[in-house]
Design a protein around this ligand. Structure first.
Ligand code: ZN
Ligand code: ZN
Length: 227
């Protein structure tokens, strides 16, 4: 009895593998727990729900990104201090690389369209037969990504004094396509991010190309950019 009382207190007999993220198969880092009770690293779940808004384990709907699990994170830091520290560093570096990559200019096919989509907004455009080469290029060489921009939108606020050629639009991703009887194709799209052109569009293999980079302007509504 006396011996038992003198046992050092241990919160939990923690086993490393019980705290693995099922997405990256590493120790959970910045853990979040979904409504269905499954835990993932926050960056892993964020990435997963971009593709499908369901729990990667049980497929329950995940409509919003859950809040960070403070208690779970403390438990991990206490139980595996070294490994958790290394994971934090790893995640920070990955996020850093991703944000740098997002800022680099990218060459993407440009589709002039009067309506500009906002990030996460889904919709469709009807492409005619003359857009077949464009569609082919986007699919085979840009993994379904292209830029949609109206012909007139200019952004006087953009730094660098490129007001003449700078235009704001959206990088969109093709999510589906339905060929129509008249030869046109209804292309389902989803906007990934807002982008601004770096220079005037050029032509490559008969396809209009734009050099764009992420356009970060806070929550400025699109209508005010048009004025
Ligand atoms: Zn993970
Ligand atoms: Zn689940």
């Amino acid at each position: 009895m006396g011996d038992l009382m003198n046992e050092p207190t241990r919160a939990l007999d923690t086993n490393f593998s019980d705290f693995e993220c099922t997405l990256c198969l590493k120790l959970l880092c910045i853990p979040v727990t979904t409504y269905c009770g499954h835990s993932f690293c926050e960056p892993c779940l964020k990435e997963a729900v971009l593709h499908k808004k369901t729990c990667p384990v049980c497929r329950s709907p995940v409509e919003v990104l859950p809040a960070r699990s403070v208690v779970l994170s403390q438990l991990l830091q206490c139980s595996f201090p070294q490994q958790y520290g290394a994971r934090q560093l790893e995640v920070e570096q990955a996020l850093q690389i991703a944000s740098e990559a997002a800022r680099l200019p990218r060459d993407l096919p440009l589709y002039i369209y009067p309506e500009v989509f906002l990030p996460e907004q889904a919709g469709w455009v009807r492409m005619q037969q003359q857009d077949a080469a464009f569609l082919e290029y986007v699919t085979t060489r840009k993994s379904g990504h292209f830029v949609m921009m109206s012909a007139e939108v200019k952004s006087p606020e953009t730094e660098g004094g490129r007001t003449e050629s700078t235009r704001v639009g959206a990088e969109v991703e093709i999510t589906g396509r339905s060929p129509q009887a008249d030869g046109s194709v209804v292309v389902d799209i989803k906007a990934c991010r807002r982008v601004a052109t770096e220079s005037d569009p050029t032509e490559e293999d008969g396809v209009l190309m734009a050099k764009v980079r992420a356009f970060l302007d806070g929550a400025q509504p699109l209508d005010s950019a048009r004025l």
